[in-house]
Design a protein around this ligand. Structure first.
Ligand code: HEM
Length: 436
C-alpha cells in the first residue's frame, strides 16, 4: 500500500512513433527530469539544492536557461568550436603516439586522451598532469556511483538504498572540490587578463536571474557541480561512442577500409596532417559510421522525464512527481518499424539513397527514428561538439592504425547503466600504418 501511494507511475517508451508524439504534444509537461528533491536535500544536507544545480538537474526556467545558453551560445559557439582545433590536435597526437603494435585495451587510452582534453577545455591548458589524473580518478568514482543510482525504482526500500548511494555520490564532491577549488580561484584571479577562454572563465562571468537581487554570480559550489557535469559529459559518452565504433570497424574490415579511403583522400587536401572542422563536415561516410554507431549502441541508453504536479509548477516550484517517463533510446534506435535489419551495423543506410539518408543526430520535426542525444526541450546541448570530437578522434585513429579482432574475438555485450559501455573493455589488434 505504501509503495503504491508513494511511487510515481512509470511509463517506458520503446516505440519511435510514441516517443515523437509524446515529446511533440507535451513540451511543457516533458521539460523536466524527475527531481530527486527531498532525497537530494537529505543527501547533501543543504536547504537550497537549487544553489548546486547543474544544467541537467535544473528545473526548466530562467536558471536553467542561463546555464544552458552560457554553454551553447557562449562556450560552444561555432567560433569557439573552431578555436578548439589545437587542443584537439594535441590530444589526438598524444593518443596516436601512445598506441603501439599488438593487442591493446583501447578504453584506458581513450579515457586518458578525452579526459585530458576535457580538463583543458574546462580550465585552460596549464593544469598540472598530476592534478588531471587525480581528477580523472575521482570522476571515475562519481560515474560509478551514478551508475549505482540507476536501479532506483521509487519504492520505500529503494529510497533508503538510493539515499545512501546519493550520500556517497555527493561525498565524492569533497575530494573533487579539493582539486577544483584552487583552479576556480586561479581563474578568478586572472579575471582581467586576455587569456580567458575556458569553460570555468565563462561560468565566473555569467549572471543568473534571481528573485532577490536581480542577477547574481555563481558561487564556487555551483561552479564545482557544473565542472563535474562538463567533465563527465565530455569524457564517458564520447569514449563509449569511440569504443563501440572501433569494435564494429574491427569486426567489419570492409567498412574500415572504405572509411580509411575517405579519410586518406580528405587528409590529402589539408595543409597539415589533421582534418579541419570544415573537412570533417564534408565526409559522408565518416558521418554515417558515427551515426550508425550512435543508433546501434547509444552511449546514453535512456532519457527520463518527470511529469510533476502542474499546479505547483505554475508557481515556480517543481511540484510532486506524478509520473516518470523513460525513453528507451536503444530500443527506439533499433525498432523494427523504423529500420530494416535493425541490429546490423550498416553505415550505408545513412548515405544518399539509403533508408536513413535524411536522418541526423537529432530527432526530425516530423518523426523520430533515433534519439541518441535525446529530444524535446532538454535535448543534449553538446551534440555538435560530441559529433565533432567523435569524428576527429575516429579519423585520427583509423588513419594511423589498422584495427582487427584479437585472438579471443570481440564481445559486443553491453552494460546498461547511465552510460552504455562494452561489458568487456574493447581489446583489439593494432597495426600501425605506413602513411600514404
Ligand atoms: C557522444 C556524446 C554524447 C551523447 C551520446 C550525449 C547524450 C545526451 C543525452 C541522451 C542527454 C539527455 C537529453 C534529453 O534528456 O533529452 C544529454 C544531456 C546533456 N548533455 Fe549530452 N551527450 C554527449 C556529449 C555531450 C557533450 C560533449 C556535452 C557538453 C559539452 C554534453 C552536455 C549535456 C548536458 C549539459 C545535458 C543536459 C541538458 C539539459 O538538461 O538541458 N553532452 N546528453
Amino acid at each position: 500500500v505504501l509503495r503504491r501511494s508513494t511511487s510515481p507511475a512509470v511509463q517506458l517508451v520503446r516505440d519511435p512513433a510514441v516517443a515523437h508524439r509524446l515529446l511533440n504534444e507535451n513540451p511543457d509537461a516533458l521539460s523536466n527530469r524527475p527531481s530527486a528533491g527531498l532525497l537530494t536535500a537529505l543527501a547533501t544536507w543543504t536547504r537550497r539544492p537549487d544553489r548546486t544545480e547543474t544544467i541537467s538537474t535544473s528545473t526548466y526556467g530562467s536558471h536553467w536557461r542561463s546555464l544552458r545558453s552560457n554553454l551553447t551560445a557562449g562556450f560552444l559557439s561555432p567560433s569557439r568550436l573552431a578555436a578548439l582545433a589545437p587542443l584537439q590536435r594535441d590530444a589526438a597526437q598524444d593518443l596516436v603516439t601512445g598506441l603501439s603494435a599488438g593487442e591493446v585495451v583501447m578504453r584506458e587510452h581513450l579515457d586518458r586522451a578525452m579526459f585530458t582534453l576535457a580538463t583543458r577545455l574546462c580550465f585552460g591548458d596549464d593544469v598540472e598532469e598530476s592534478c588531471v589524473r587525480a581528477m580523472q580518478s575521482v570522476m571515475d568514482d562519481i560515474t560509478q556511483a551514478m551508475d549505482d543510482t540507476v536501479s532506483f525504482d521509487g519504492s520505500t526500500l529503494g529510497k533508503v538504498t538510493h539515499w545512501r548511494t546519493l550520500r556517497r555520490l555527493f561525498g565524492l564532491f569533497v575530494p573533487l572540490g579539493v582539486l577544483v577549488r584552487p583552479l576556480i580561484a586561479a581563474a578568478r584571479a586572472r579575471k582581467n587578463t586576455d587569456s580567458r577562454h575556458s569553460y570555468v572563465d565563462s561560468l565566473i562571468d555569467i549572471r543568473i536571474p534571481n528573485d532577490v537581487d536581480a542577477k547574481r554570480a555563481l558561487g564556487d559550489d555551483e561552479i564545482l557541480g557544473l565542472v563535474a557535469e562538463f567533465l563527465a559529459t565530455n569524457t564517458g559518452v564520447i569514449v563509449a561512442c569511440l569504443e563501440w565504433t572501433l569494435a564494429n570497424l574491427a569486426i567489419q574490415p570492409e567498412v574500415q577500409k572504405k572509411l580509411r579511403r575517405e579519410i586518406d583522400e580528405a587528409v590529402a587536401g589539408e595543409a597539415n596532417a589533421w582534418l579541419s572542422e570544415k573537412a570533417l563536415r564534408d565526409m559522408p561516410y565518416l558521418r554515417a559510421v558515427v551515426l550508425e554507431s550512435l543508433r546501434v549502441h547509444p552511449p546514453s541508453p535512456f532519457v527520463t522525464r518527470g511529469v510533476h504536479d502542474l499546479a505547483a509548477a505554475a508557481s515556480g516550484a517543481t511540484g510532486r512527481l506524478r509520473k516518470r517517463i523513460i525513453f528507451m533510446v536503444r530500443d527506439i534506435g533499433r525498432h523494427g518499424s523504423a529500420w530494416t535489419d535493425p541490429d546490423q551495423f550498416r553505415p550505408e543506410r545513412f548515405l544518399p539513397g539509403g533508408e536513413a539518408e535524411d536522418v541526423g543526430q537529432m530527432p526530425g520535426r516530423n518523426e523520430i527514428r533515433m534519439m541518441p542525444f535525446g529530444g524535446g526541450r532538454r535535448f543534449c546541448p553538446g551534440s555538435n561538439m560530441a559529433m565533432l570530437q567523435a569524428k576527429f578522434f575516429l579519423a585520427a585513429l583509423v588513419r594511423h592504425f589498422e584495427f582487427a579482432p584479437p585472438s579471443c574475438g570481440i564481445d559486443l555485450t553491453e552494460v546498461g547503466g547511465f552510460n552504455n559501455v562494452m561489458k568487456k573493455p574493447l581489446r583489439v589488434r593494432v597495426t600501425p600504418r605506413a602513411l600514404p
